[in-house]
Ligand binder design. Structure first.
Ligand code: A2P
Length: 277
């Protein structure tokens, strides 16, 4: 089981979580059940992954006490707006079959619609009612975070962003640190790219006697970001959680961060132009 971070709202967040995209149906139930048995206590879902039902089933059927599990889901772009956020939240609860969501995120800012501030006001209400224990956002830039702060007075506890060695997000992480926003990393292993074959990562893996994936996940942990690696494979699930028995040197940390590229986004989805439905 991973150690935890204390969030600005007083709740705790495990230092590593289980990603679930693009698992669905029975495969997702099996993967999440296995993850909970392996020690994961943070599960990352979203309306647009189409797997809230499966995640809920695994969470309801596990022996792990409900209070120990941080269930995350994310509001889709088409539900932006105050009333539609409240309605979409209820639909997520129904699909999950749970009576609260532990971490509820706005999936994308969709700035073209300009409704993320109203959406955030509804999230704040859900938090005050205790229905969403922690609230946060995903794919928000510094500009959008500042706007939430100035118009509502409430900053997200978490911002989940694309983060991996090809896209290390130095400036945004620095902003998060100053404002006590916890960073979560999506695509932490840089899925679809050759990042795990980078010589500096291969060399660090050899020197610490761990796998390349463990080196990259440990890099996230030492940055203070919570990686959400997806795996349905129980050996990899266990490996991805087992990153607390070694430490990267500051030279290794810096060398991995230097793999960053200006065009390092792997999915090309820029929050400023991407409007998710
Ligand atoms: P699999 O599900 O077969 O384990 P990301 O989280 O960055 O999107 O990456 C997910 C991808 O990385 C999946 O294809 C997953 O495959 C693979 N993966 C997950 N854990 C590991 C690991 N420990 N070593 C190698 N590949 C991994």
């Amino acid at each position: 089981i991973a150690p935890t971070h204390l969030l600005a709202d007083g709740n705790t967040l495990p230092a590593v979580g289980l990603g679930t995209y693009p698992l669905k149906g029975a495969e997702a139930v099996t993967a999440v059940s296995a993850g909970l048995s392996a020690g994961y206590r943070l599960i990352d879902s979203a309306v647009n992954y189409g797997n809230e039902d499966a995640v809920g089933e695994a969470v309801r059927n596990t022996d792990v006490p409900r209070d120990e599990i941080v269930v995350t889901t994310k509001l889709p772009g088409r539900a932006h707006g105050y009333d539609s956020t409240l309605a979409s939240f209820q639909e997520s609860l129904d699909r999950l079959g749970l009576d609260r969501i532990d971490l509820y995120l706005i999936h994308w800012p969709n700035p073209g619609d300009d409704r993320y501030v109203d959406t955030w006001r509804a999230m704040v209400q859900l938090h005050e009612q205790g229905l969403a224990r922690s609230i946060g956002v995903s794919n928000f830039t510094e500009e959008y975070l500042i706007r939430l702060q100035s118009e509502t007075g409430v900053l997200p506890a978490v911002n989940q962003i694309e983060l991996h060695p090809y896209f290390p997000q130095l400036a945004l992480r620095e902003f998060h640190e100053v404002h006590n926003i916890r960073t979560e990393s999506w695509s932490p292993l840089g899925k679809g790219s050759d990042v795990l074959a980078s010589p500096v990562i291969v060399e660090a893996a050899r020197s610490h006697g761990v796998t390349e994936a463990q080196v990259v996940l440990r890099w996230h942990v030492q940055l203070g970001s919570v990686p959400l690696p997806k795996s349905a494979d129980s050996v990899r699930q266990a490996q991805n959680l087992d990153v607390f028995g070694f430490e990267l040197t500051s030279a290794e940390m810096e060398a991995i961060t230097l793999l960053g590229r200006p065009d390092g986004r792997l999915f090309g989805a820029d929050p400023v132009t991407h409007n998710e439905q």
